[in-house]
Design a protein around this ligand. Structure first.
Ligand SMILES: Nc1ncnc2c1ncn2[C@@H]1O[C@H](COP(=O)(O)OP(=O)(O)OP(=O)(O)O)[C@@H](O)[C@H]1O
Ligand SMILES: [Mg+2]
Length: 608
């Protein structure tokens, strides 16, 4: 007796559904993708109980006639490709003709659809893959799909579902991807009859991000604008240095309009951020890559979540470069933000309360104002050895000066005109005022960033100054490591490591970078090599040098509780603003925090 049998169509669909429909969020993904492929302008999604009991997606897309609606439920029935060659240039989100039959085979499914000019629409009801009802239906043009009791007939699958809350969150994340990827489409999402978001169609990504995530996040994003090469165009919005998240939820990447997860791009993004990102944290990106459809294979993942690049290296390089340039290019914007409110051209630092910008005038407080003014005048004199900080209250020891103050205004560089130092809190946080409100600078983190960039610049230019060891040391390494040292001798020397060959697989060290606090050169070298090995194989020795610097500057930077003199604080801020990435330390922690006027007004109940 023959052992091999053809599976009945329903069973085959259920098996295929295992790959396509993992959880409620996969159903939502597939249905919304279909709506987008049908050129919908508006997609409404409703779920109940995490999508397990009910999912409904309504669109105003092209709709289907009765024959097509029936055909859409057959496996391998698609309007999107005709041949394997079409797969090379697929411009739609779907292409397999698997989604609808898969979903219909594991749920109680109802589809109604009507073409724009058709007199009547069609309604089809399918239960567990079996068509039960086909009839005329009078719905509005477009398509509506309802999916009830997901996995009711596949208990094994149902067991793997998480809590309703988790499933809902997955669905919401999925919808975020679709909404960010398709800004010109309006989306409404309701969960258990409560509207979660309602997004109007927009033209720009920025508008969509604002509508979905709020103004505050948008304010922390940088535009990565149309970087084009012959192979790839990259655009989007990315978080500025120092902005990070605990999860990848806001690290969104789209390739030709499709939200994807790609280790190649994730690694490239991380490399692009490098010291601008805290270890173990994730950046915020809304990154759009457009490339020739032939250069990317979309047919490699059952849920179409991953793609394969024909030339991953060039993609990686382009992404790294785009991110690096965007982060570095944002410096000017930040400096602009540091322009103090209503500041005289001469850059006078003043403590007197600044005029409120816009809105209604503040309550009259003549007494207090006069006192501020008097104190301001009394503290004209600023001597270089005056120590600031501690818990000294701002009003009793303001860093005020006036035009006659020690004549230092004229000599100051332009950045100095862009902020107004108020004082130092707890010997750690420099308080400043700029046009947007209050800025807090972590003096330790700021100093780390300054030292880091200084040493890196020296390493790249003339080399880091090195310090002779009392006794030179020789050491041996494995042949592979010896090769690496030989190849990178130049860079190592620029890093301030005085190293030379000393026989096969042996080296001699007679000096080490001056900023390092090590005495055992051999042990240090072994550590450098180990670090390199544990780093990804793309890591260059120069990058390793940067890491070495980042690890050591911490020890040299101003300690959190070091009291600084006024001029030192001023210099620190100036130097920070001159940095390439002023807003985070080399470990990715923020150096400064802005508290806007609006936030302050809200906190004080002036504005609700
Ligand atoms: N909302 C919709 N509006 C109009 N046509 C639709 C809609 N949903 C599905 N269709 C039609 O039904 C066909 C089958 O849909 P299905 O999702 O099963 O496959 P697909 O989108 O072609 O490929 P994939 O399995 O990759 O999603 C589609 O090719 C499309 O022609
Ligand atoms: Mg589809």
């Amino acid at each position: 007796m023959s052992r091999i049998r053809l599976l009945p169509e329903t069973v085959a669909s259920q098996v295929a559904a295992g790959e396509v429909v993992e959880r409620p969020a996969s159903v939502v993904k597939e249905l919304v993708e279909n709506s987008l492929d049908a050129a919908a302008h508006k997609v409404d999604i409703l779920i109940r109980r995490g999508g397990i009991s009910f999912i409904r997606v309504i669109d105003d897309g092209c709709g289907m006639d009765r024959d097509d609606a029936l055909l859409s439920l057959e496996r391998h029935a698609t309007s999107k490709i005709r041949s394997v060659a079409d797969l090379e240039a697929v411009g739609t989100l779907g292409f397999r003709g698997e989604a609808l039959p898969s979903i219909a085979s594991v749920s109680r499914f109802r589809l109604t659809s009507r073409e724009v000019n058709a007199v009547a629409g069609t309604e089809i009801v399918v239960n567990g893959g079996k068509i039960d009802i086909v009839r005329d239906g009078g719905e509005a043009p477009g398509t509506q799909v309802e999916v009830r009791s997901l996995f009711y007939n596949v208990p094994a699958r149902r067991k793997f579902l998480r809590t309703e809350n988790t499933e809902s969150r997955n669905i919401e994340h999925q919808l975020h991807l679709q909404a960010i990827g398709h800004t010109s489409v309006a989306f409404t999402f309701a969960r258990d009859d409560r509207v979660v978001f309602q997004l109007p169609a927009t033209i720009t990504l920025a508008d969509r991000v604002r509508d979905l995530y709020g103004k505050e996040l948008l304010g922390q994003l940088l535009a990565l604008d149309g970087r084009t090469s012959s192979q790839i165009r990259i655009s989007g919005l990315i978080g500025r240095a120092g902005l990070s998240r605990q999860t990848r939820a806001q690290q969104l990447v789209f390739v030709n309009g499709r939200a994807i997860e790609s280790p190649v791009i994730t690694a490239a993004v991380r490399e692009g951020y490098h010291t601008a990102l805290m270890k173990g944290q994730y950046p915020v990106t809304f990154l759009f890559l457009e490339l020739d459809p032939g250069a990317v294979d979309v047919n490699v993942h059952p849920a179409k979540r991953e793609v394969r690049f024909r030339d991953p290296n060039s993609i990686r390089e382009a992404v790294v470069k785009a991110i690096q340039e965007t982060l570095a290019g944002s410096r000017a914007d930040w400096q602009e933000k540091f322009r103090a409110p209503g500041q005289p051209v001469g850059g006078t630092v003043s403590i007197s309360p600044s005029e409120p910008k816009g809105g209604s005038p503040p309550c009259e407080l003549p007494e207090l104002e006069r006192e501020f003014a008097l104190r301001g005048q009394r503290s004209i004199e600023i001597t270089t050895n005056r120590t600031i900080g501690g818990r000294t209250s701002i009003s009793s020891q303001p860093f005020a000066s006036s035009d006659e103050s020690v004549g230092r205004d004229r000599a100051r560089p332009s950045t100095q005109q862009q902020f107004q130092i108020i004082g130092v809190l707890n010997k750690l946080y420099v308080l400043m005022e700029n046009a947007d409100g209050l800025v807090l600078v972590d003096q330790h983190a700021a100093h780390e960033r300054i030292l880091f960039e200084e040493l890196r610049r020296r390493m790249e230019e003339q080399g880091v100054p090195s310090q002779k060891l009392l006794l030179s040391q020789t050491f041996e390494v494995a042949p592979r490591d010896a090769d690496w040292i030989e190849q990178n001798m130049d860079v190592l020397q620029k890093m301030g490591i005085g190293i030379e060959s000393f026989g096969p697989n042996a080296f001699k060290i007679d000096s080490l970078p001056g900023f390092l606090n090590v005495t055992d050169g051999a042990q240090f070298m072994r550590k450098v090599i180990d670090d390199l090995k544990s780093a990804s194989d793309r890591s260059s020795p120069l990058r390793l040098g940067e890491e070495m610097i980042a690890k050591t500057v911490c020890r040299h930077a101003v300690k959190a509780n070091d009291p600084l003199r006024y001029l030192e604080v001023e210099k620190l801020i100036q130097d920070l603003l001159e940095c390439d990435l002023p807003y985070c330390c080399p470990h990715g922690r923020p150096t400064m925090i802005q508290i806007s006027h609006a936030e302050l007004e809200k906190k004080f109940g002036r504005k609700v």
